[in-house]
Design a protein around this ligand. Structure first.
Ligand SMILES: O=C(O)CCC(=O)C(=O)O
Ligand SMILES: [Fe+2]
Length: 312
C-alpha cells in the first residue's frame, strides 16, 4: 500500500506519544490509520511557555516598521533574513505574506547579522524553541526509521550534517481572500517540516483527493509535513504533501515552520530498505540535495510539478 502522507498533528494531552515505543509505531493498524486519516496526534513535549514566548517575540518583530525589518534583508545564498523570497505561482500576482528565515543548525553557519536585534529577546527565544524542536525532530526521525525497517538513528545519520531552518511567516488580513493566496501551492524541500501555527486562525490547506482541505489548528500542536526528501528516500511510500495558505479578512496569521534537511552534498536516492517485491527498482533519480534545492528555489510555486524531474 502506498502511504500517501504522514501529516501529523502533535498535541498535548492527546494520545500517547507515537514514538514512545517501537510497538506503537510498529503496529500496522496504528500507523496505517494515522496515515490514512492524515493525522497522528502525539505529545511533543515542548513546554507551552516556550511556544508562547516564540510567538510573542515573532509578533513583536513583525509589528516593527518596514524600514526596521528591512535591515535584515533575505540573502538567498545563506537562506536567512527577512523578505518575500519565493517566486510567485503562475496564477498569483502577489503572495500575501512576508517571512523571517533563521538558520537553527548547523549553528556555525548562522549569519547572525541577519538575526533581528529587536525585540532583544528574539535570539534567546528562537534558541530555546529550536532546541525543543530539535528534540521532537530526533524522536520523530527515530520512529520513522523504525517503521521503515531501519535502526532508530538511520534517518538522522542519512542527513549527515543536518540542516534546520526556521521560517516565520506573517500573513496580514486581506480584503480579497478569494483572489489572493498567502502562499502558493508547494511541497517542502525538507525531509520533514515541523510547523507551529496560531491557535485561532485557519489558513493552511492540504491537497487531498483533488480538493483543498483546511488544517484546523489544535492549540499548541505541531503539524508535521513529509517533505520531498522523505518521498525520495522512502521510494514514494511517504509522499510529500502539497499544501498552500489562504488569506482571511478577519485576522492576520503567523506560522513557524522548521525545515529539516540533509547536508547539501548528500546524494538522495530511494533507500534499499524501501525496495520491495512490488517496487524492486527505485522510482526516483539520484540527486544531490544542493542541486535539487537550487532547482526548486528557482521555480514558481506550482504544487509538486517540480518532482516530475526526479521521478522515473
Ligand atoms: O503557514 C503555513 O501554515 C505553512 C507555511 C509553509 O507551508 C511553509 O513555510 O513552507
Ligand atoms: Fe510549506
Amino acid at each position: 500500500m502506498a502511504i500517501a502522507v504522514v501529516l501529523a498533528t502533535v498535541g498535548f494531552g492527546g494520545r500517547r506519544a507515537v514514538w514512545e515505543s517501537r510497538r506503537t509505531w510498529g503496529e500496522e493498524d496504528e500507523v496505517r490509520n494515522s496515515v490514512e486519516s492524515r493525522s497522528v496526534v502525539i505529545n511533543h513535549g515542548i513546554p507551552t511557555g516556550t511556544i508562547h514566548r516564540m510567538k510573542t517575540a515573532a509578533a513583536e518583530f513583525f509589528k516593527l516598521p518596514a524600514q526596521e525589518k528591512k535591515k535584515y534583508p533575505y540573502d538567498p545564498n545563506v537562506l536567512e533574513g527577512y523578505g518575500t523570497p519565493y517566486p510567485l505561482s503562475e496564477n498569483e500576482s502577489v503572495d500575501w505574506s512576508s517571512a523571517l528565515f533563521l538558520r537553527l543548525s548547523p549553528i556555525q553557519q548562522r549569519k547572525l547579522e541577519l538575526w533581528p536585534t529587536t525585540p532583544p529577546e528574539l535570539k534567546d527565544t528562537v534558541e530555546a524553541y529550536s532546541a525543543e524542536v530539535a528534540k521532537v525532530n530526533k524522536k520523530l526521525l527515530g520512529c520513522l526509521s523504525l517503521i521503515m525497517g531501519m535502526e532508530r538513528n538511520a534517518l538522522f545519520e542519512l542527513h549527515e550534517e543536518m540542516s534546520m531552518l526556521l521560517r516565520v511567516t506573517y500573513y496580514p488580513t486581506c480584503c480579497m481572500p478569494d483572489q489572493v493566496l498567502g502562499l502558493g501551492p508547494h511541497s517542502d524541500a525538507s525531509s520533514i517540516t515541523l510547523l507551529a501555527q496560531d491557535d485561532d486562525v485557519t489558513g493552511l490547506q492540504v491537497l487531498h483527493d483533488g480538493g483543498w482541505v483546511p488544517v484546523k489548528p489544535i492549540p499548541n500542536a505541531l503539524v508535521v509535513n513529509i517533505g520531498d526528501v522523505m518521498e525520495i528516500w522512502s521510494n514514494g511510500r511517504y509522499k510529500s504533501i502539497d499544501h498552500r495558505v489562504v488569506t482571511t479578512v478577519e485576522k492576520a496569521r503567523t506560522s513557524y515552520a522548521s525545515f529539516v534537511a540533509p547536508h547539501k552534498d548528500v546524494v538522495m536516492e530511494p533507500l534499499e530498505q524501501m525496495l520491495d517485491a512490488q517496487h524492486r527498482h527505485g522510482m526516483y533519480h539520484k540527486v544531490k540535495y544542493e542541486n535539487y534545492l537550487k532547482y526548486v528555489l528557482h521555480r514558481k510555486l506550482e504544487g509538486k510539478a517540480h518532482m516530475a524531474k526526479y521521478t522515473i
